[in-house]
Ligand binder design. Sequence first.
Ligand SMILES: [Zn+2]
Length: 385
Amino acid sequence: MSTDALSIAQDLLRCPSVTPADAGALGVLDKLLTSAGFTVHRVTFSEEGSADIENLYARIGTSAPHICFAGHTDVVPPGEEAAWSHPPFSGDVTDGLLYGRGAVDMKGGIAASVAAVLDYLAANGGQPKGSISFLITGDEEGIAVNGTVKLLQWAAERGEKFDHCIVGEPSNVEEMGDTIKIGRRGSQSGTLVVDGVQGHVAYPHRASNPVPDIATLITALSSDPLDQGNAQFQPSNLEFTSVDVGNTASNVIPAQARARFNIRFNDHHTQASLRDLIDSRVAAAAGNRIRAHVIWEPSNSDSFVTKPGAFTDTVVAAIKDVTGRTPDLNTGGGTSDARFIKNYCPVIEFGLVGQTMHQIDEHTKVADLDKLTQIYHGVLDRYFA
Ligand SMILES: [Zn+2]
């Protein structure tokens, strides 16, 4: 059994684990971790209306501090396979590049963390000076109901306590070591509804046209900033994504207009305070004449941030050691499972370079895999020092 990051990554890439399929991916990790002395649990979660999903939790050591590596072995579909220069589940290496769906998002990251932990254990008599665990789900790229959320609950019920967590998502933008994600913005979608009165275009005084009115409200909501951002976050942002009247006639004033929008928000807001803020801005812009309201969509995506401190310093030092770079501590981009883990312990994301994620010909430099392995190893050395 090869335990270097490249071999592990290839073994994982050769499992076509498109959500919800596991296709043997967790078995690869199970074998490696079991033979290194981990206690490995395979847990399947179900929910009506969604596919059963396999997950894995493995731990070595019983004492604190406890560091957890989290991630997902499922991948997005490869798209048109013929468009790939190397088959998407081949794990081919050409010119120092490892190809495959999941190479950067995030089987490569998982492989580097497993290789680093095995190296670390081999160099330290087979036991950490604390505990190391892996929290790996097969349900991140899909609807994510039978994955990390349930696995964290399951672990908490068993009495598992995490002190820190690293999610191996591809955090770097251009080069290894340029970015650590220390938080994420929250996401909230809604629909702005303006009610008018339907009528004939030739008799507008008998109607009330919601089209210019919704345009007024869209302009108002788009122009007022939600906040100015802060040291960890860019300003929150509201984007309208569509305007719908659904009117097929050219001689009818429609009865209603709707506009959908999404807000990416920082830690100046909670979901509740944000909804209140928008509702009050709609009311103010509508005045007494326009009849408008917002329909809010359910969302489980609040913002979070792991404030820079001892833990981020540890990771920064390990990154600097291997790459010579001082990473940016960033909160941009989309959401990940870190949004669930933050309820249990401080969490950061650091993995490979994300440029080709979800694309045809997804690939990573083999050299980056090695760097990431060294960085994780450096984190462990410092963490348990
Ligand atoms: Zn991912």
